[in-house]
Design a protein around this ligand. Structure first.
Ligand code: NCD
Length: 328
């Protein structure tokens, strides 16, 4: 099986073997969790571990899914969600705060509005005696590796009868410039064969060049358009994102005609009947609630997949995947 996993910071470090193994661990643990005995076995897997959830940027799903993933595995949790009630207000440095957390827990899961802080925490951990893994649960507008993992799991399972992700055409729509989920998902695409990406966005919120350069380097075919109608019939997945208005400097998102980058009753009949519709959530008006009852809508399943994929990640980080397999 694939090598040891420690910090989870940058999606570029994932290889196919590890992605496939994480999907397998996700399936195994969620199947186990269906019976009371299996759920009890899961809760004993990491009952000696504790996690710190340091979430100083708004979060509902990522926080709750990590929190519940920890509880599924018996991991105790502590949290800071508001830096105003941590000793950072007394002037304690970020590094000292991280070092303090590491004194009490076995893994630190963190989301910050600043880019790069999870990487900085990981580098700090590598210098201190009680080194604990750092998981990036969203680093500003930069990266969101664990969302990309649950997106991969959702795509793989959606295409299970059709050869998995390999060979598929995936459209990403919305605020691609500032949406970290699509940036991280693009990084994982190098692990799959014959992928085509289609970026659907207003030119002002187009995918940034750093990601495009990465795609070119890895021979991943991509195209860009502002016309959703042109791609609806040919895509296998439509990954919709919201306007990231919290990053607006000059009301960029208000200038967008969202009707052009939304899916609703007018677009559904034109969408490939085999396609899946995804969204990291929370959604804005870009997905009409009527889409929720369309069998192609995967975003609610994506949410639940996230909890199980995050549990799988913790299982892998703490190296108890063989104990899990022995429970089958
Ligand atoms: C995303 C995020 O925080 O980047 N949400 C999530 O984690 N599911 C997407 C978003 O906020 O648009």
């Amino acid at each position: 099986m694939s090598s040891e996993v420690f910090h989870i910071i940058d999606p570029r470090t994932f290889n196919r073997e590890l992605l496939d193994e994480l999907c397998e661990i996700t399936d195994t643990s969620r199947a186990l969790g269906k019976t009371p005995e299996g759920a009890a076995a899961l809760r004993s897997l990491l009952a000696d571990k504790r996690a710190m959830l340091y979430f100083t940027q708004a979060s509902t799903r990522t926080f709750l899914s990590f929190n519940n993933a920890c509880h599924l595995l018996g991991i105790g949790t502590s949290e800071i969600r508001d830096p105003a009630i941590s000793s950072e207000v007394k002037g304690e440095s970020f590094d000292d705060s991280m070092r303090t957390f590491s004194s009490y827990v076995d893994v630190i899961i963190m989301r910050t509005p600043e880019r790069g802080l999870a990487g900085r925490a990981a580098a700090l951990m590598d210098l201190i005696p009680r080194r604990v893994p750092i998981i990036n649960a969203g680093s500003g507008p930069d990266q969101h590796p664990t969302q990309a993992l649950l997106d991969i799991y959702t795509l793989e399972r959606s295409f299970a009868g059709r050869g998995g992700i390999d060979g598929k055409t995936i459209a990403m729509m919305g605020d691609l410039r500032r949406g970290r989920t699509v940036r991280s998902l693009c990084y994982l695409m190098k692990n799959y064969h014959d992928i085509r990406l289609v970026f659907v966005s207003p030119p002002s919120l187009a995918m940034r060049n750093d990601i495009k350069k990465h795609l070119v380097q890895h021979n991943i075919v991509f195209s860009e358009t502002a016309v959703l109608d042109d791609v609806l019939g040919s895509v296998d997945a439509l990954y919709v994102t919201r306007m990231q208005s919290e990053w607006d400097e000059e009301e960029e998102s208000l200038k967008v005609d969202l009707d052009d980058f939304s899916i609703g009753p007018n677009q559904l009949p034109k969408l490939n009947p085999d396609a899946v519709i995804m969204h990291p959530l929370p959604r804005g008006p870009e997905i009409d609630p009527v889409v929720d009852s369309d069998p192609r809508a995967m975003y609610w399943r994506q949410e639940r997949n996230g909890m199980w994929m995050r549990a799988a990640l913790l299982i892998k980080i703490f190296g108890v995947e063989e104990q899990l397999r022995n429970q089958r």
